[in-house]
Design a protein around this ligand. Structure first.
Ligand code: PRP
Length: 181
């Protein structure tokens, strides 16, 4: 698996430092709030980031999961995210924090925002590990982004290519020959 990686973009240590900062930002945001925020992991890409993020927070939170998919097995987004698995919890009246691994075209975020607002959430906050603003096709942005990146095709720490490489502990750029085969 490691031999498919051209270069490492973020080491485990660099990721951990950014996760810690994001957790502190959320703790400050919810300081003094009586209600318990509902943290939602958008599966599958955000799972590693999500687990590290909630464990780095002091704020008591509840967690839930939603599987949304738009890439299939290609490296290009289809532009039509599908809900593969819905939440278990109700979001009505809740402070919702959506945790993403990457905001690319923004289609997934728009879909989630409309859905969660439509279900009556009190507030909606988006935290993403990566933001690719140059790829945006819809006008949407995260409230907190750990890293802004260009158009590199990155994998690892939850991010995949054809469902592989999610379990790399770091984030790297895939060798071109892997996805141009
Ligand atoms: C990826 C990523 C985001 C979304 C971002 O998910 O996890 O949810 O795409 O792209 P967008 O801004 O263009 O909508 P993907 O559909 O690949 O599913 P995965 O999380 O299971 O990898």
């Amino acid at each position: 698996m490691n031999s498919d990686i051209q270069s490492i973009v973020l080491s485990e240590k660099q990721i951990a430092e950014k996760v810690e900062k994001a957790a502190k930002w959320l703790d400050a945001k919810f300081e003094g709030t009586q209600s318990v925020p509902l943290m939602i992991s958008v599966l599958k890409g955000s799972v590693m980031f999500f687990c590290d993020l909630v464990r780095a927070m002091d704020t008591p939170v509840q967690i839930d999961f939603m599987t949304v998919s738009s890439y299939g097995s290609s490296s290009e987004s289809s532009g039509m995210p599908r809900i593969v698995m819905d939440l278990a919890a109700s979001v009505e009246g809740r402070d919702v924090v959506l945790v993403e691994d990457i905001v690319d075209s923004g289609n997934t975020l728009v879909k989630m925002r409309d859905l969660i607002s439509g279900r009556g959430a009190k507030s909606f906050t988006v935290v993403t590990l990566f933001d690719k603003p140059s790829r945006r096709t819809v006008n949407v942005s995260a409230d907190y982004s750990c890293f802004e990146i260009g158009n590199e095709f990155i994998v690892g720490y939850g991010l995949d290519y054809a469902q592989k490489y999610r379990n790399l502990p770091y984030v790297g750029i895939l060798k071109r020959e892997i996805y141009e085969k």
